[in-house]
Design a protein around this ligand. Structure first.
Ligand SMILES: Cc1cc2nc3c(=O)[nH]c(=O)nc-3n(C[C@H](O)[C@H](O)[C@H](O)COP(=O)(O)OP(=O)(O)OC[C@H]3O[C@@H](n4cnc5c(N)ncnc54)[C@H](O)[C@@H]3O)c2cc1C
Length: 365
């Protein structure tokens, strides 16, 4: 028999709405609160999902704008590697977030927009204070979930936020004819990208700790990017291996728990996976912190290690590495392995090219 619980979720992004869907489907009384007026707006994301997405959800025409099967990785010397990749999906975040929220609504979850979480009130049950159009609102629940993005006010209120690091993702959607290939510039900022939305529109962005707007302007000039259609910039948390995701009956997931791949800034699949693990843990009364770590921690950690190493790369290192990736055996690994499973990918690369271990020296600096 299932014990019906009152569950409040702060944040109607993909992580929060997917958790709402799964928990309401399990019979719980779920309410989602978001400070925004509209779900998914403003867009602050490129919306590219690796093939790993298929393990979580079926892609739908309702939100998929494009499919991509080629990546082009550039070196500072201008050389590039074309790699076939498994099908990646480019989504419209407004439609994607609304799609998941509608799934949740269809299972009975209630959504309250323009409700900004403010703090926790003292009491026997978990009691939250929110503001709706300037008016104070109180809500009580058995379980509180913070799926409230990189700055996670819920983590702060629960006293588990600690120090966090972020990169800035400066991105625009703009007019640019293209050949439906994802372009990746790992040596610009922390990394830069051009992702095709359709044959005439791309999302182009730079992530980094500083100067991302300047770098974005430069790459737009070099690549002769046309009219800007939308600014879609935002902040991206760097995975913190010691992040605390559970404090009694308060749980944190998605960007709020820094569950983001440090080499690419991708966090949608990770937030969805964590939502699924959390709903299973609530159902089976298991420890969420242990459960998500057993499935996701190592990969997020390997992304972090790779990010740290690549921050130290010289131009010569990049030219050398990308030259190596132009060889068929390494290109095959890029095709066969998902970047969501970077551990397996790195292991295969290490077996083929033990000499690349030389870059581990940067961890000591
Ligand atoms: C420029 C850029 C490009 C990116 N590109 C990709 C990509 O291509 N692929 C990918 O997988 N990931 C990408 N990401 C990361 C991705 O956007 C996040 O990982 C993803 O949105 C996390 O989902 P979430 O539901 O955890 O958090 P969010 O989507 O941030 O949702 C959090 C929600 O909480 C709400 N909220 C915050 N504070 C409060 C409050 N006090 N009260 C009530 N509600 C609150 C917010 O309004 C928001 O709706 C990118 C990020 C950026 C910035």
């Amino acid at each position: 028999m299932i014990l019906i619980m009152r569950i409040d979720i702060i944040g109607a992004g993909p992580s929060g709405s997917y958790a709402a869907y799964l928990l309401a489907k399990n019979g719980h009384d779920v309410s989602v609160f978001d400070k925004k007026q509209d779900i998914g707006k403003p867009v602050q994301c490129t919306g590219i999902l690796s093939e790993h997405f298929l393990k979580i959800m079926k892609p739908s025409k309702e939100f998929v704008l494009n499919e991509v099967t080629t990546a082009r990785i550039y070196a500072p010397n201008g050389k590039s590697v074309n790699a076939r990749i498994k099908k990646n999906y480019v989504v419209c975040r407004k439609k994607f977030d609304s799609y998941i929220a509608n799934l949740a609504k269809s299972t009975g979850a209630k959504f309250h927009m323009e409700h900004s979480f403010h703090s926790l009130a003292k009491g026997n049950r978990i009691s939250t204070i929110l503001y709706n159009k300037g008016k104070k609102v109180k809500s009580s629940c058995d379980i509180l979930i913070g799926a409230d993005g990189p700055l996670s006010p819920v983590s702060k209120a629960a006293g588990i936020y600690k120090n966090r690091k972020f990169v800035i993702g400066s991105q625009i959607e703009a007019v640019k004819k293209n050949d439906n290939c994802v372009e990746f510039y790992p040596y610009i900022g922390c990394y830069a990208w051009i992702v095709p939305v359709n044959e005439k529109v791309v999302r182009i962005g730079v992530s980094g700790y500083k100067d991302t707007v300047k770098e974005l302007k430069e790459i737009c000039k070099t690549k002769k990017i046309g009219l800007t259609l939308e600014n879609q910039s935002g902040i991206i948390p760097i995975f913190d291996p010691s992040v605390k995701t559970q404090e009694k009956n308060i749980f944190i997931l998605g960007d709020a728990a820094t569950m983001v791949k440090a080499t690419t800034g991708g966090g949608i699949n990770q937030g969805l996976m964590a939502a699924r693990i959390l709903s299973e843990c609530i159902k089976n009364r298991k420890n969420f912190d242990i459960a998500w770590r057993s499935k996701m921690h190592l990969n997020l950690y390997f992304h972090l290690i790779a990010h740290k190493i690549m921050q130290k790369f010289s131009i010569t290192d990049w030219n050398f590495l990308i030259e190596e990736f132009s060889k068929p055996d390494l290109r095959k690994i890029l095709h066969d392995e998902s970047r969501d499973d970077i551990m397996k990918m790195m292991m295969k690369i290490a077996i083929k090219r033990p000499k690349l271990f030389i870059f581990a020296k940067y961890l000591a600096i």
